[in-house]
Design a protein around this ligand. Structure first.
Ligand code: 5GP
Ligand code: ZN
Length: 115
């Protein structure tokens, strides 16, 4: 846990987001500023600041997050039409919260490439 990390506060229950899925290791909650009809953030409860800090030992954790995303997508009714699962890294990637997270975004068509 990192003291000044907002996502750690959600993981510990100090701040209560709109949770859609949770396990011992993973929390999924609605984004405060949704960019599509479905916009859910999936985080590990454990504080990892950026993707670049991931280690071999985190493989199962990342697999669990991705599988959780597919489950949330089915529950949200967007699995058939499609969605994006996005992880932003550092400045060029557009990362603003330094506790790793995947954005599950869907419910509308999206363009490629990203802006
Ligand atoms: P990033 O830009 O780091 O990839 O994404 C951070 C995301 O966290 C943004 O989409 C932003 O709207 C969301 N966010 C930031 N603060 C909060 C918060 O307090 N609650 C929730 N639910 N989402 C937040
Ligand atoms: Zn954190």
């Amino acid at each position: 846990m990192s003291d000044d990390c907002i996502f750690c506060k959600m993981a510990s229950g100090e701040i209560k987001p709109d949770i859609v899925h949770e396990t011992d290791n993973v929390l999924a909650f609605r984004d405060l500023n949704p960019q599509a009809p479905t916009h859910v953030l999936l985080i590990p409860r454990q504080h990892i600041a950026t993707l670049d800090e991931l280690q071999e030992a985190d493989q199962d954790l990342i697999g669990e997050i991705v599988l959780a995303a597919t489950e949330v997508a089915r529950n949200e009714g967007i699995a058939e039409r499609g969605y994006r699962l996005i992880a932003n890294h550092q400045a060029d990637g557009g990362q603003t919260v330094f506790h790793i997270h995947f954005h599950l975004v869907g419910g509308r068509p999206m363009n490629w490439p990203p802006g």
